[in-house]
Design a protein around this ligand. Structure first.
Ligand code: GN1
Ligand code: MG
Length: 351
């Protein structure tokens, strides 16, 4: 066993795991936190180390989740919710005294996750789960949740960070990125539309997940959605964040890591599935004005992710990291092409 795993066993001990034939395996494909699956005599669990650089106040995440867990237990006791396992001293997280914040959740037995939406039905199921999550929590004041990452989906701020990164990057990176910088300049109208949305009182803030990729939904053996997971970025937000990130990640048959850009296309049936799945839970909640912005939601999220990847490339990959040189540039290019493929279908889909 290496030193790191030994350290993790120490962490698990603080959650009461001792002498339990523990087995630890890295889990999932998240870019920000480290996640492990823990197999023990007591069952299966998820152990996660929170990225403290990204989440300035990990305590805010824990408090939000505890608040949501309490609300759901009271009003929707049948909803499967992976409530955090407390430490031996009753805390919702373990702090190692330096920068490490860890938490443990039960792994919902019989559930599995998927990395790609393979069928429109899966996209429908996932969209219904994210819609259900916001709908169930509609009686809870969204602003009672703490902001875990300030300005996380504030497109105006993301655009400004992009401009700043262009000014401070080195000449080499700027030249490599120039084609994609120009592309993003050309679609700046998406930022202007966002600014008008947030001024419009018809757009409501609700309890929003903010990371609606398909791997954040648990499915049962019949491919029916069970519940949503990864609640670190649950905070007040607009529905375009959740619907948009589903479009960004379910419409295309390949992921944001794909470097063969010719494989990027939009599957129209998945678009309909997302809208219908989300509306199956949220149609009574959304205002008539909001309902006109489903297509915009896709443009918003794809554009913002392209900005974020390109900004990170220009900032020397300090946020997302990279496993090969130019990975964030490639991811940005992937998202720019996806945006183009979506916009081409605007006359057909935005009805
Ligand atoms: C990050 O860590 P992960 O993969 O769940 C990011 C999302 C991005 C996503 C892109 C806190 O999510 O906003 O859409 O990468 N989360 C944070 O893959 O920045
Ligand atoms: Mg996440």
């Amino acid at each position: 066993m290496n030193n790191y795993n030994r350290k993790l066993l120490g962490v698990l001990e603080s959650f009461g795991f001792t002498n339990e034939n523990l087995e630890l395996n890295t889990f999932g494909t998240g870019l920000i936190n480290n996640t492990w699956k823990v197999t023990s005599n007591r069952g299966e669990f998820i152990l996660q180390k929170i990225n403290h650089q990204v989440f300035p106040e990990p305590g805010a995440i824990a408090r939000n989740i505890t608040r949501i867990a309490g609300y759901l237990r009271k009003f929707y006791p049948e909803y499967k919710f992976a409530s955090p396992v407390p430490t031996q001293s009753g805390k919702d997280m373990f702090f190692d005294g330096k920068t490490g914040y860890y938490r443990v959740f039960p792994f919902i037995t019989g559930s599995h996750t998927c990395t790609v939406a393979q069928t429109p039905e899966m996209a429908y199921q996932a969209a219904a789960q994210f819609g259900k999550f916001t709908r169930m929590l509609s009686g809870m004041e969204a602003d009672s949740l703490e902001i875990t990452i300030p300005d996380f989906h504030n497109l105006g701020k993301r655009y400004q960070q992009f401009l700043d990164s262009i000014h401070q990057t080195d000449a080499k990176r700027k030249t490599e990125a120039s084609e994609w910088i120009m592309e993003l300049f050309a679609s700046q109208n998406i930022v202007e539309e966002y600014k008008s949305i947030i001024r419009n009182p018809e757009f409501k803030t609700r309890v929003t997940h903010h990371d609606t990729k398909i791997s954040n939904v648990l499915f049962d053996a019949n491919q029916k959605g069970i519940c949503v997971i990864d609640l670190d970025t649950v905070m007040p937000g607009y529905f375009i964040s959740d619907v948009g990130d589903m479009m960004r990640t379910y419409l295309c048959p390949v992921t944001e890591e794909e470097s063969d850009l010719s494989k990027i296309r939009v599957r129209k049936e998945f678009y309909q599935a997302i809208v219908q799945g989300y509306c199956s839970e949220m149609k009574e909640e959304l205002t008539e004005t909001e309902k006109k912005y489903f297509f915009y939601a896709g443009k918003f999220s794809i554009y913002m992710q392209a900005l974020r990847f390109l900004t990170d490339f220009l900032n020397s990959d300090i946020y997302y990291g990279s496993s090969y040189p130019g990975q964030n540039l490639m991811r940005a290019a992937n998202q720019v092409i996806l945006l183009k493929r979506l916009v081409e279908l605007e006359p057909e889909l935005n009805i």
